[in-house]
Design a protein around this ligand. Structure first.
Ligand SMILES: Nc1nc2c(ncn2[C@@H]2O[C@H](COP(=O)(O)OP(=O)(O)O)[C@@H](O)[C@H]2O)c(=O)[nH]1
Ligand SMILES: [Mg+2]
Length: 432
């Protein structure tokens, strides 16, 4: 789903990789790329522009923690904006009423009838007792289609062969649902190939007659900006409660999904990804965003890091590193910071600076224990001045921590490598 958009966004964010911090200058290129990616995904210019300026505002002036890279921080910012664009949080359908009435509207071919079957299946699996009312009186095959679907999911369908008034059929169906003690009715309606006055009047009349607790607008996501325009037209007339995006399994670029909420200000409630009754998903803006970004893990990493990383300590260490001061006490503190953040294997590759130097070392919780034990066996003076650690001291540290001289030498070498790495890093980054 939305592969191209995902790739483009990933690429845009990658341009920040290797940058020490987010600045007005280096964020500009990324933001431009993001905007282009959105436009190519068929997001309208206005929305793409608003989206990217929101990102820019948030990105500039953000403190980049030493434990995450600007690229990772940017991923988080883009993710948060995207969640907002997609509607914030999940919105449930309103099932009040006995029976609760759900009205399905949309253009012909958008997937209304298929969705009706899916929703019936979904509600039934939740222990409800749905009833379907077939109100597409124009195509003879339509009633047949919904009857077959109803049978497939085990939900009865109300229809009238010789009645051409969908309002009446809907009202009669609801009466019948009450008699049969169904607690939910789903009304499948007819649609035209494009919006016309007659259709709008008909669906508005049905709505007035049945007074639904939930009106859902079904739209084919493959139609891009057209989907958004149709949504607007329907919303102006129907004031619907939620959107169902269908055919997300197809080769859709994502424009409809990303634009619809901000245009009609109604939440997407379901997405449909196939023709089978099971292919219905409740819409979660956050899950969709991390799917589009394909970087859900980075987002949670950044959240975790922001939550647990001791900013003051990081600042202090950063200052020391910039002065090429780095001793075993810093080493120990750094290890503690890293450990606080959880799963080391996941984290190691992502931590710039000191973490990067340690990446090549086999880092598991156990090897940390090793290192910590050795550093703990040093005297404070040794920790602060590693250069005084000579052969005799190494012997003592090895014995004290239950390690061999070889391991102490390895630690000393790692320390030296890190110092070198910090020095070369400092040469590359500007002084503050
Ligand atoms: N791939 C795919 N096809 C779908 C989906 N939803 C509906 N369709 C197909 O789209 C066509 C029109 O669907 P239908 O439910 O009859 O639309 P209606 O005219 O709005 O009732 C049918 O061939 C469906 O099988 C979906 O989520 N994915
Ligand atoms: Mg239909």
């Amino acid at each position: 789903m939305f592969e191209n958009l995902s790739l483009r966004l990933e690429k845009a964010i990658k341009t920040l990789k290797g940058q020490g911090r987010i600045t007005e200058i280096n964020v500009a290129e990324t933001v431009k790329e993001i905007r282009r990616a959105l436009l190519d995904a068929d997001v309208s210019f206005k929305i793409a522009k608003e989206f990217t300026s929101g990102i820019k505002d948030k990105a500039i002036g953000q403190n980049v923690l030493t434990s995450i890279s600007p690229g990772q921080l940017m991923t988080k910012i883009v993710n948060d904006e995207m969640v907002e664009l997609l509607g914030g949080s999940k919105t449930d359908i309103n099932l009040k009423g006995s029976p609760a009435v759900i009205l399905i509207a949309g253009l012909q071919g958008s997937g209304k009838t298929t969705f009706t079957g899916k929703l019936a299946h979904h509600l039934k699996s939740k222990g409800r007792s749905p009833y379907i009312i077939a109100c597409d009186v124009y195509r003879p095959a339509a009633i047949e289609q919904i009857k077959v679907l109803g049978q497939l999911v085990g939900v009865p369908v109300y229809f009238e062969d010789n009645n051409k008034d969908p309002k009446q059929i809907a009202a009669n169906g609801i009466k019948q649902a009450k008699i049969l003690s169904h607690d939910i009715v789903i009304i499948d309606t007819a649609g035209r190939l494009s919006i016309d006055e007659e259709m709008m009047t008909e669906i508005a009349d049905i709505k007035k007659t049945v007074n639904p607790s939930e009106t859902l607008f079904v739209v084919d996501s493959m139609t891009g900006q057209d989907a958004v325009n149709t949504a607007k037209a329907f919303n102006d007339r129907l004031d619907f409660d939620g959107v169902v995006l269908t055919k997300l399994d197809g080769d859709t670029r994502g424009g409809a999904a990303l634009s619809i909420k901000s245009v009609v200000n109604k939440p997407i409630k379901f997405v449909s990804m196939g023709e089978k009754p099971e292919a219905l998903d409740i819409f979660y803006p956050d899950r969709m965003a991390s799917r589009i970004l394909g970087m859900g893990d980075i987002v949670s990493l950044v959240e975790k890091a922001q939550l647990t990383y001791d900013a003051e300590e990081a600042e202090r260490l950063d200052k020391r590193l910039r002065k090429n001061e780095f001793n075993f006490e810093d080493f120990l503190k750094q290890i503690n910071q890293i450990k606080k953040m959880g799963n080391l294997k996941d984290l190691m590759g992502m931590i710039p600076g000191v973490g990067k130097a340690m990446k090549d070392i086999d880092i598991s919780d156990d090897s940390f224990k090793h290192i910590e034990a050795m550093i703990h066996s040093m005297t404070p003076r040794e920790r602060q001045n590693p250069e005084i650690i000579d052969g005799n001291r190494k012997k003592r540290i090895a014995a004290g921590s239950g390690n061999t001289i070889i391991e102490v030498n390895k630690l000393m070498k790692q320390y030296e490598d890190m110092r070198k790495m910090i020095k070369s890093m400092n040469k590359m980054r500007p002084l503050r």
